[in-house]
Design a protein around this ligand. Structure first.
Ligand SMILES: [Zn+2]
Ligand SMILES: [Zn+2]
Length: 281
């Protein structure tokens, strides 16, 4: 099983980091977990073309995690030589998002159907949208996805995915604070991927921009800090911890500083870095 951080950014734009998105490759599956800005560029950077994406899996419907879903849908549709379904899995509300997205793509669909005689179905016809809830389990080929509740309140519903293939487990938590359900999601995982923020840096940044101070500090109560990710990993016997979705953006050269904060609590390997950082378990 290979895990690649496609996008390590956050809602705050960064020229060098795509939005939150992680690729899980196992068996014959190429699963994209969340699809933030620029993720299709990174999918290609990871060595795949969009038709090779077999499923998109959403942890929640915050814009930074879904903003380039339309790009995956469109490029997979127009670049596929044959019709292959794209499975889209997400919490309740995902169907509404996809319906709206297809409405947005309506003119484009019409242009392309008019222009290309060999394209005879629009993108909506090759999508297999499945809304899931905590406790559900989804089989994609020989890869199993268990759906677990996470805590990103007031955002709801939010879920994380425990992905299993040939005895290896990757736990993709998404945006969440530590909670009992997260402990079950990541328990004994070979790799636990957590979106994180640095409370110290967020508070420093907030103080520099008084008109936006409250908006910045609001985000502190619904994300795991780097230290909390380390604590969750240690408490649950995780083997490797992968950090992503750096808030604020992780400046080049500060990787060791971020890693050290998690290492205060977790003695296993901690992986972080630029987009396309990857790990095989
Ligand atoms: Zn979020
Ligand atoms: Zn987020």
């Amino acid at each position: 099983m290979k895990i690649t951080l496609l996008g390590t950014g956050s809602p705050m734009p960064d020229p060098h980091r795509a939005g939150p998105s992680t690729l899980v490759q196992a068996g014959n599956q190429n699963i994209v977990v969340d699809c933030g800005r620029g993720c299709v560029m990174r999918i290609v950077g990871a060595g795949l073309m969009p038709p090779m994406v077999t499923a998109v899996v959403l942890t929640h419907l915050h814009s930074d995690h879904i903003s380039d879903l339309n790009d995956i849908v469109t490029t997979k549709w127009i670049m596929s030589p044959v019709y292959t379904p794209l499975v889209i899995i997400g919490p309740v509300g995902t169907k509404r998002i996809v319906d709206g997205l297809l409405m947005m793509l309506g003119p484009d669909e019409g242009y392309r159907l008019d222009h290309h005689r060999d394209l005879r179905e629009g993108p909506g016809l090759v999508l297999d949208v499945r809304e899931v809830s905590p406790g559900d389990s989804v089989q994609l080929g020989d890869v199993t996805l268990e759906v677990h509740r996470t805590d990103h309140r007031p955002v709801s519903p939010t879920v994380g995915y425990r992905i299993t293939h040939e005895g290896k487990v990757a736990a993709l938590a998404g945006d969440t604070i530590p909670c009992a359900e997260l402990d079950v999601l990541v328990c004994d995982a070979d790799v636990y991927v957590q979106t994180v923020l640095r409370e110290d840096l967020v508070r420093t940044l907030a103080a520099f921009v008084p008109p936006l101070e409250e908006r910045f500090t609001d985000i502190l109560d619904y994300h795991s800090t780097v230290q909390q990710a380390g604590q969750t990993a240690a408490r649950n016997g995780v083997k490797k911890l992968m950090l992503t979705h750096y808030v604020p953006t992780m400046q080049p050269g500060s990787e060791d500083e971020w890693r050290a904060l998690a290492a205060e609590h977790f003695s296993g390997e901690i992986i972080l870095g630029p987009d396309l950082t990857s790990l095989e378990v």
